[in-house]
Design a protein around this ligand. Structure first.
Ligand code: NAD
Length: 267
């Protein structure tokens, strides 16, 4: 049995991870072989002290929680994710990290953990989006002169923009073309922007309602266009993927892995 520590159990994803780990919504049975032994949340969060899994209460003591687990699953905030990685490094604790909107300093803390422990980091843990990453890369490689645009839509509470998934899709398009994404990206358009530069990769953000996550990559040719889209209708897909990643990563050599490694996909 792999012992899981769930960070942010009161959050949208934290709740979905608890359900997936307990097999409640996980029809594929991916939760088998894992057990939740610890949970960590913010001090003021309602979940502190309450039971989040049979016999498990959320605490603010990340050290004790990591000591009671083999792998932690983190869908929280960038600051919390950095703090957890710093606490996990001396403990060489394996991790599954799904938080998005990370800064360079957050990435550094995660990189330090990856030196001593196996970790899976992904902006999206669904099977469908990870397949889509390969499809857009292939399309971008075949259609180097077509205009590529990504549009992402999420619920009104989402904090970071563009979504980590939209950025991963845009980076796959750049990789398919063998170009540096930062040199060709366009995240905002406003005012007299002139004609679209050749080779630009655009990412646009829409926010509203309770949309769990929609991503559409469009390749515009002359008089034709291709759309490759993914629409999530339940957080259970991300949670099931994260639990599957936790079971996969336990016992692997130290290093940073992604969901393509877990799924065995080659984009
Ligand atoms: P949310 O606001 O519902 O939940 C965040 C949780 O983090 C809350 O429970 C909060 O109490 C907790 N938290 C904050 N500070 C903490 C701390 N110091 N220690 C422990 N817990 C702390 O957000 P959400 O919708 O669940 O999303 C969380 C993150 O996951 C976001 O960055 C989101 O973009 C990302 N996300 C990733 C995927 C993926 O597949 N990779 C999918 C969905 C969401």
């Amino acid at each position: 049995m792999i012992r899981l520590c769930v960070l942010g159990p009161s959050g949208r994803m934290g709740k979905a991870v608890l359900e997936a780990a307990q097999g409640v919504t996980n029809a594929s049975g991916r939760g088998d072989g894992v057990t939740v032994t610890a949970a960590v949340d913010r001090g003021e969060a309602a979940g502190i002290g309450g039971e989040v899994a049979p016999g498990v209460r959320a605490t603010t003591d990340i050290g004790a929680a990591l000591d009671a687990s083999d792998v932690y699953i983190d869908f929280t905030t960038p600051a919390s994710t950095r703090g957890a990685a710093i606490a996990a490094t001396p403990r060489r604790r394996a991790a599954v990290i799904g938080t998005t909107g990370l800064s360079a300093a957050d990435d550094e803390a995660i990189a330090a953990l990856a030196q001593v422990a196996p970790i899976v980091v992904a902006a999206n843990f669904s099977v469908g989006v990870n397949l889509l990453l390969g499809l857009v890369k292939q399309a971008a490689r075949a259609l180097p002169d077509w205009d590529a645009e990504v549009v992402e839509t999420h619920h009104r509470m989402k904090r970071d923009a563009p979504s980590g998934t939209a950025l991963a899709i845009a980076r796959s398009i750049a990789a398919g073309r063998g170009v540096d994404y930062d040199a060709v990206k366009r995240h905002t358009r406003d005012g007299d922007i002139g004609p679209r530069p050749a080779g630009e990769i655009g990412v646009s953000t829409v926010r509203g309602g309770d949309v769990i996550g929609e991503h559409v990559a469009t390749f515009f040719g002359a008089a034709e266009r291709i759309e490759i889209a993914h629409r999530a209708t339940s957080r259970a897909i991300f949670a099931a993927g994260a639990v599957r990643a936790a079971a996969w990563v336990a016992g692997k050599p130290p290093g940073r892995y992604d969901m393509l490694d877990v799924l065995g996909f080659t984009p």
